[in-house]
Write a protein that binds this ligand. Sequence first.
Ligand code: CAA
Length: 404
Amino acid sequence: MSASTAATPIGIHDLELATSHHAVDLGDLAHSNGTDPAKYRQGLGQDEFSFPAPDEDIITMGAAAALPIIERHGFDGIRTLLFATESGVDQSKAAGVSVQRLLGLPNHVRVVEFKQACYGGTAALQAAVGIVSRSPGERVLVISSDVARYLLDSPGEPTQGAGAVAMLIAANPALVEIEAAAGLFTDDVDDFWRPNDSTTAVVDGKLSVSAYLDALEGSWNDLQAQGGPGIDEIDRILYHQPFTKMAKKAQGHLAAVTGAPLSLALPGDAVDETQRDTGLATGTLYNRRLGNSYTASVFAGLAALLHHDADLAGRRIGLFSYGSGSVSEFLTGIVQAGYFDATAAERVYAALDARAPLAVEAYRELHSANLPSSEDYETPRVTAGPFRFAGVKGQARQYERTRD
Ligand code: CAA
């Protein structure tokens, strides 16, 4: 099915994913802390998590995600760069300003950082759609990039991760037109937050799960009130994935709220043929290995769906974005003809497979090494990515391109 109300379609023209240099295997973590590995693999639906090298952060990952987009499309029309993150590296300067220089973007761009936990990327996407609606000749670069960090030995530890998704938002998009109706839900709840002096999130895990499901229901009901499509008019549904089992919980909740028989099968689960496959399992393929990438997570799910399902042209995707605290949104989009790129999944799997395995002791050491921003230092050369965080000089973070 296909539907659109916008005169000029606006949406996602291109999309790329990047991750960090290292990965931690959850079987190794389970072995080291005496947990049954099945709790992580089946109970949370996670196999690994990405972990940054000392010379990587949200800026190097974000720039790495955006680089192939710039190489394909150039700078034409780009006058705005929106950078969404939970794990910002400066209280004042937007991370995107460093990306502007690393990518060689012209000076005539507006750059700003969006923050609302994991929701910020969706807010940036909607702001970009607004900018392009006003000036259809413009294109907006939206980067969602995060390093998800919890305390060592805490329940959140196996749900850490790192990743970035860059998207080019344009008129007449090649991938997905974003539709006008959106369901919104904001609720002041202390389920997950990160005080200014803390490098790890504070979280009430059980409350966060129920707050997420309440927000899903609230934003779904608002989508209906706004005249958005009913459940039978949505072909695929993606969810924010702090861990992939959360998407299954969300799908179960939406099925209960709507009465629709939506499939709850994740990869490896038995499939009930009487239930409708909305791409739940396909949307988790990258996140199982990335871990939580906060603002990028739901777009990593979108990438997995677009890269693996060749039968989406003209179909409607629903996308639920949740940012603790909390702000959430349920939006929909129509996949455009010609969107499928058979090589895209290969590129992502190559990046995931190329990550250097990190033994648990080495990971714990890196996790504990929080270098002060008040002292100058140089980072070791570790990353194989196109950009690196070189260290701190005069209290300012230094970034460089590793290759031309
Ligand atoms: N074999 C198979 N499964 C097992 C198992 C075993 N041996 N042992 C336990 N499990 C299952 C449990 O039954 C449970 O499954 P269900 O949820 O389906 O019942 C699952 O594994 C997890 O077990 P617990 O609930 O006991 O796990 P926990 O309490 O140690 O931690 C958590 C779970 C609270 C989610 C924790 O990982 C956490 O705090 N994570 C960070 C917060 C988070 O991700 N919240 C999600 C919503 S908030 C959000 O989305 C924003 C964001 O990005 C942070």
